[in-house]
Design a protein around this ligand. Structure first.
Ligand code: MTE
Ligand code: MO
Length: 383
């Protein structure tokens, strides 16, 4: 089959779909380091992984509303200044399985590990666009309403056998501070095939769906990408919308992800010895908003204690601090005393004061995206 050329993967990943390959690491593996090793980084594919075997011929076509369309080869991209950006990529479908328990949703089921935190290395999209004559964003540039579309070389059934594609606003693409990359490295190694070899887009702070892998072309357009994943998927609908009354045109494509956190040191249901229990996990927000606080409750949400947060080992995390990675997750940890059977809950607050919603029911949506409800785990004490 088409999938016979897919690359090998780590055997400990839990596979949510084989073809296309969709898999996530165990909870404990996810937070065993601040930087997620490539082999533990979730893989989200919509078709077979393309094989680019001639790197010298490989190029990205840049066209659309520009005067001089051109082909950029890897040598052209590598000639631009190289940036490394620590950024968390999170699938909009992360934690979908829990949402599905309220009422069935459509989409691949994911536990809490459809995200990862990597150091991406590559050229800034703003520099690439400057090569084709589009100036960097300044207060005087007028880019309102324009978009940059990314098209892949893969093939997926949602696009009727065509390539995966999506777009971002040109104002974000040309803003050097938005750190949008055309990445050829992940954690200091050449990008591997599952994650987009030889070149992928990384849009920090935005749902993973916009970070197109296996880039084939970039085009500057007057409207947003009209492809499936922008227009018929990855939109947030209210709980009243169902498959009979849905009107896709009423909603915007989801971009920034909301504030999120989850406990990774415990499973949904746990048996523990009486005494101290370690509660650790990740917290992240979109749009470059740092994490202000992570609250832990050991009585189902009646009372709370604040968890410790860090990015760099041994350095206490301060949102917006000199040492902080603004696009990256924060790991948290708290030691709590568990005297009897109870529910442990975690919720995060970002620097804009956004808080995770208490219940999944209130944010239920038919595609099962953006489940950011308080994360709850059951602990039973064995005596
Ligand atoms: N790009 C292409 N070409 N094809 C895809 O299927 N999946 C998207 C995005 N980019 C996808 C893609 C989705 S939905 C997510 S969440 C991320 O890639 C996953 O990136 P990863 O597999 O590197 O973790
Ligand atoms: Mo995704």
């Amino acid at each position: 089959s088409d999938y016979s050329l897919d690359p090998p993967r780590h055997p400990s990943l839990s596979v949510n779909s084989k073809e296309p390959y969709n898999a996530e690491p165990r909870r404990s593996d996810l937070v065993s380091s601040y930087i997620t090793p490539v082999h533990f980084f979730y893989k989200r594919n919509h078709g077979p992984v393309p094989l680019v075997d001639d790197i010298h011929c490989y190029h990205v076509t840049v066209d659309g509303l520009i005067d001089f369309p051109r082909k950029l080869f890897m040598t052209d991209i590598r000639m631009l200044p190289k940036y490394t950006v620590a950024a968390t990529l999170q699938c909009a479908g992360n934690r979908r399985t829990t949402m599905s328990k309220v009422r069935t949703v459509r989409g691949v089921g994911w536990d809490i590990s459809a995200l990862g935190n990597a150091v991406w290395g590559g050229a800034k999209l703003a520099d690439v666009l400057e090569l084709v004559g589009i100036p960097k964003l300044t207060s005087s540039t007028r880019l309102g309403g324009m978009h940059v579309e990314f098209v892949s070389i893969d093939k997926c059934k949602e696009e009727k056998g065509g390539p995966y594609k999506s777009s971002i606003p040109l104002s974000q693409a040309t803003n050097p501070d938005a750190d949008v990359l055309l990445a050829y490295e992940m954690n200091g190694e050449v990008l591997n095939r599952d994650h987009g070899y030889p070149l992928r887009v990384v849009v920090p702070g935005v749902i993973g769906a916009r970070s197109v892998k296996w880039l084939d072309s970039i085009s500057i357009n007057s409207e947003a990408c009209q492809g499936f994943f922008m227009q018929k998927d990855y939109k947030m609908f209210p709980p009243t919308v169902n498959w009979d009354n849905i009107d896709w045109s009423t909603r915007r494509p989801q971009m920034d992800f909301p504030v999120q956190c989850a406990i990774c040191s415990l499973e949904d249901v746990n048996t523990v010895q009486p005494g101290k229990v370690k509660v650790s996990g990740y917290a992240a927000s979109g749009g470059g908003r740092g994490i202000e606080r992570v609250d832990i409750s050991i009585d189902g949400g009646k009372t709370w204690v604040e968890a410790k947060r860090h990015q760099k080992p041994g350095i206490e995390y301060v949102a917006d601090g000199f040492d902080s990675d603004k696009w990256a997750w924060v790991l948290f940890e708290a030691d709590v005393d568990i005297p009897h059977n109870t529910e442990i809950v975690a919720k995060a607050v970002d620097i804009a004061g956004n808080v995770q919603p208490e219940n999944v029911e209130t944010i239920w949506n038919l595609r099962g995206i953006l489940n950011t409800s308080w994360h709850r785990v059951q602990v039973n004490v064995s005596h």
